[in-house]
Design a protein around this ligand. Structure first.
Ligand SMILES: [Zn+2]
Length: 229
């Protein structure tokens, strides 16, 4: 199977919701909702950054704000994004619906799977994992009218069994939330999730692909543990 890796040294900035949530949030989720002014500021920083060509943008959870708030701001700046949708939330209040996905595709955004029920994939049986990885993707492919080959792992939680199931299901681009840059052998590809209280300095480090040596060591040890667990 051919695996499509994100570009080496790429920095992937991951967002969740923008503005005010229009649904009840999960515990801890509010930390990942970014205000509209801050979102605009971050996009401007990406556009102005010397390494702009190495930065890409993703969104997890399929919130309505992906279309209603984020997409126009991205387009205004000549940016695009890959949007990871939860099929179990399609059409629910505050979440994207089927027509919204069509609209995002028309606007030049890409669609990937975030599974169905926003569960921790490391805790599922192989049958449940099948629903998250295979059934949910089939639904998305039906909506998109095109193959869906990328997935973002909920909560960034994975282990060897999850990665094996993703490969077996035919996903060729898989994204975690491990932070840091993409290297040649990144499967999954690491992303950094933006928090509402992230400082400008922290953001600049992410865009520049810098990770403090101690953080890098800790991060690599954590990734190795997850991969082989
Ligand atoms: Zn998520």
């Amino acid at each position: 199977m051919k695996l499509t890796f994100a570009r080496r040294n790429a920095r992937i900035v991951n967002f969740h919701g923008i503005g005010l949530p229009a649904r009840e949030l999960e515990p801890g989720e509010a930390d990942y909702w970014v205000s509209l002014p801050r979102f605009r500021d971050i996009l401007d920083r990406i556009v102005d950054h010397p390494d702009r060509a190495l930065v890409s943008i993703t969104f997890d959870d399929g919130n309505k704000s992906d279309l209603e708030i984020a997409a126009p701001e991205l387009l205004r700046r000549g940016l695009d994004a890959e949007i990871f949708v939860l099929t179990g939330r399609l059409g629910q209040s505050g979440s994207l619906g089927v027509d919204d996905i069509g609209e995002l595709l028309r606007l030049g955004m890409r669609i990937g799977s975030h599974g169905q029920s926003h569960s921790d994939w490391t805790s599922l049986s192989s049958r449940q994992l099948d629903v998250e990885l295979v059934a949910s993707r089939a639904r998305l492919e039906e909506i998109c009218g095109a193959p869906v080959r990328s997935a973002a792992i909920p909560f960034g939680r994975y282990n060897g069994a999850v990665l094996g199931a993703l490969r077996k299901a035919g996903y060729d681009a898989v994204y975690s939330s491990d932070g840091g840059c993409v290297d040649r052998v990144s499967f999954p590809s690491p992303r950094t999730s933006v928090r509402h209280d992230m400082s400008d300095a922290a953001l600049d480090k992410i865009l520049s692909g810098q990770l403090q040596p101690m953080r890098l060591l800790r991060r690599n040890a954590a990734v190795a543990m997850k991969r082989w667990a």
